[in-house]
Design a protein around this ligand. Sequence first.
Ligand code: MRU
Length: 362
Amino acid sequence: MPEIHQTSPFPTVSWIGDASGGFLRLIDQTRLPTECVEIDCLDSAAVWNAIKRLSVRGAPAIGVAAAYGAVIGARARGTDDPKAIRTALKEASAYLRTSRPTAVNLFWALDRMEAAADDPGRAPGSPLLERLLAEAEAIAAEDRAMCRAIGRHGAELLVPGDGVLTHCNAGGLATSDYGTALAVIFSAHEQGKSVHVFADETRPLLQGARLTAWELQNRGVPVTLICDNMAAQVMKERKIQKVVVGADRIAANGDTANKIGTYGVALLARAHGIPFYVAAPSSTFDLSLADGSGIPIEERDPLEITHGFGRRTAPEGVAVYNPAFDVTPAELITGIITERGVVQPVDAETIRSLIGDSNATR
Ligand SMILES: CSC[C@@H](O)[C@@H](O)C(=O)COP(=O)(O)O
């Protein structure tokens, strides 16, 4: 096992205490980069709010937080009775599913928690709450391992001297640790390959500026921050040799939902002949969707666009449209870097042969 170095001073998502009295601790990502502080979630409403307001964000991290939130919700009735625990778990799960619609990891993790509650074969003899906490811990641990493997596979695609553009934040903050798109970069950097990252600032909530630039600086990876509308010019200047981004949901044919603006970056990459990679664990695939047209796109509060920099930045009453994600068609994607290797999204069969059918039903 490689030594695990956190990408930030604290774990992104962690459980403090035992199953019956413990709670979820998160880095409050809304306060970065100026403050790195943690918040504790003691009930499922606190977990729901943390996901909704992006205190915890990024598809895999949302899934892990929701799994721990399900443990908290499962004990809401204050009893050891397995039937009551199962009922409370189902209620908490249904509630947490309403927090954000796009990242499939949320639904995948909650499906796993509900399946674990119904499967007495797992850790037989141990009380139900302990089994549920063990499942949430397993989801977090598997996520850490998948991120490391994505980093290993993806680093092979980078060569010394590469300029790499990334959009939003797909780093340790968006996962249990280490990230997906940033794992590729961290891993190449650790192998001594000199890569230089261009981070899109990622309007409107600036995950690239606030989080990606912070994580890369923390790990000593050279990074240059650009505004989203500068990407075309920087590509034209031949400063970018590869694009690597994360994903919130990948349909069976490889169409990929990710932070708004990703589709535009993919089009620019194609226009400039630059390979465009998506890095994501198998928990981000939704093989029940034939293509990206069925991916639900979250629409967020207009205030995120009309207010910024501590003040109103648009005239009062202006109409606003604020989709938080877009879908990049598979034909613009050179390869999807998963923990099982790199797959070219040519068709559903090719993807299914790598990812398997485990994510086909939800
Ligand atoms: C490894 S995280 C991948 C994606 O979740 C990430 O790129 C992204 O779009 C996050 O959006 P956010 O709205 O910040 O949760």
